[in-house]
Design a protein around this ligand. Structure first.
Ligand code: 9MR
Length: 390
């Protein structure tokens, strides 16, 4: 029996005992995003280059690995970083600041400070926000992972968290990564390391989406994962699961691939085909954490050939999204190597983003911009200085 079929059975059983879910059609209306406002969208920038209705986003650096580095919090301390964050991007994703360990550090105690300042920054700068994330196996606080709770209490904890966090930003967050990384490489549900699935069973996944929808009926609710770029065992597992959930009327609105790539491996050639099959189910799609790392030479500086290959990967990922109608959100996992998670997690690797540590744009930056322009963006002619990419 395939694991996803098992889920089907469990979910079907759960559906019988739960109140009727809202029909799938009760989700947000099909996304018709307005054009980026000219006040925010300065000629020559990435957001200016993007076609109407297509958002180009980045993670907002802070929390997580940054806390162990010898620099202050990037988002609140680095003025140049903030300037470029506002200038180039029409969407932002908190890199860590909305994860459980930050936003819900003690039972019943929320700390919305960092998340609030990101949402307010986004509003001032005419940016969308992608909420990240509500249901994950990682970066949960100790009180939760090590607590001794009954099933009923755990359900209540998750319900209250989703209601509090999604509710606080209702109408202000466009897309939520509701469930993050719930399958492993072979397409098996993470029944060991995901506390919710382990303790409450797979049917809790549907509840997470229902509760998020109740808290903000206008937000688009996503499944998000890495290693699901291609048509493969893991993306197949999502494909089967979302069909089951949609058939039951669970408010699932989108499927997103993170797209953490490395030049050591080939480009995931079936990305577009994969996005399209989810699109055909009526779901939105998005690329949410794009970066392209590489093994660095001894000098620590990427070679021109490596940067060209990287640029080609960024461009292919963007094109795959642009070619699928419902894929209208392309987010990179940081825009400068100064703050990238890659060197911290992969020894000897780096240079994964589109600007180096001094914010100098790489070929990948220009490739993204020209691909966006070719897709019909750039409301006004670029001024002569635009070629510098700043
Ligand atoms: O970039 C994030 C880093 O600062 C954290 O230390 C790390 C801890 O897990 O999480 C990183 O972000 C991850 C994201 O939340 C989910 N997909 C994979 C990302 C890179 O690990």
């Amino acid at each position: 029996m395939k694991p996803v079929r098992l889920i089907t059975a469990v979910l079907a059983a759960a559906a019988l005992s739960l109140p009727l879910a809202a029909p799938a059609a009760a989700g947000p209306s099909p996304d018709h995003r307005p054009p980026d406002h000219p006040r925010h969208s300065k000629p020559g920038t990435l957001r200016w280059a993007a076609p109407d209705g297509f958002v180009i986003g980045t993670a907002v650096a802070g929390g997580g690995h940054h806390e162990e580095q010898d620099y202050p919090d990037p988002f609140t301390s680095d003025r140049k970083y903030r300037k470029l964050l506002a200038r180039h991007f029409s969407s932002v994703s908190p890199e860590n600041q909305m994860k459980w360990e930050y936003i819900h550090p003690e039972r019943g105690e929320y700390d919305f400070g960092m998340a609030d300042s990101i949402v307010e920054f986004a509003e001032r700068n005419g940016q969308d926000v992608r909420g990240h994330t509500l249901f994950w196996h990682s970066q949960n606080p100790a009180w939760l992972e090590e607590g001794d709770f009954s099933d009923e209490e755990l359900r209540e904890i998750l319900h209250d968290h989703i209601t509090a966090v999604v509710g606080r930003y209702a109408g202000r967050i466009d897309q939520w990564d509701v469930a993050n990384e719930i399958f492993d490489e072979s397409g098996e549900l993470r029944t060991e390391d995901n506390i919710w699935i382990r303790e409450l069973g797979p049917e809790i996944i549907a509840d997470a989406f229902r509760w998020a929808h109740e808290a903000d009926p206008s937000a688009e609710l996503y499944f998000n994962d890495y290693g699901v770029e291609d048509v493969n065992a893991k993306s197949d597992a999502y494909y089967a699961l979302v069909q089951d959930l949609l058939a039951e009327g669970v408010p699932v609105h989108g499927f997103s691939a993170q797209v953490h790539l490395s030049t050591q491996y080939g480009f995931p050639g079936s990305l577009q085909e994969n996005l399209r099959r989810f699109d055909d189910l009526g779901l939105g799609t998005a690329l949410t954490e794009v970066d392209v790392r590489m093994r660095l030479p001894e000098s620590g500086v990427a070679t021109p050939e490596q940067l060209e290959q990287q640029s080609d990967y960024y461009e292919q990922a963007l094109s795959a999204c642009l070619n699928v109608e419902g894929c209208d959100s392309f987010t990179i996992w940081g825009f400068t190597d100064k703050y990238s998670w890659v060197p911290v997690f992969f020894e000897g690797e780096g240079s994964a983003t589109i600007m180096d540590g001094r914010f100098t744009p790489k070929p990948a930056y220009f490739a993204l911009r020209s691909t966006l322009l070719e897709a019909g963006g750039g409301g006004r002619p670029a001024p002569p200085w635009a070629g510098r990419g700043r």
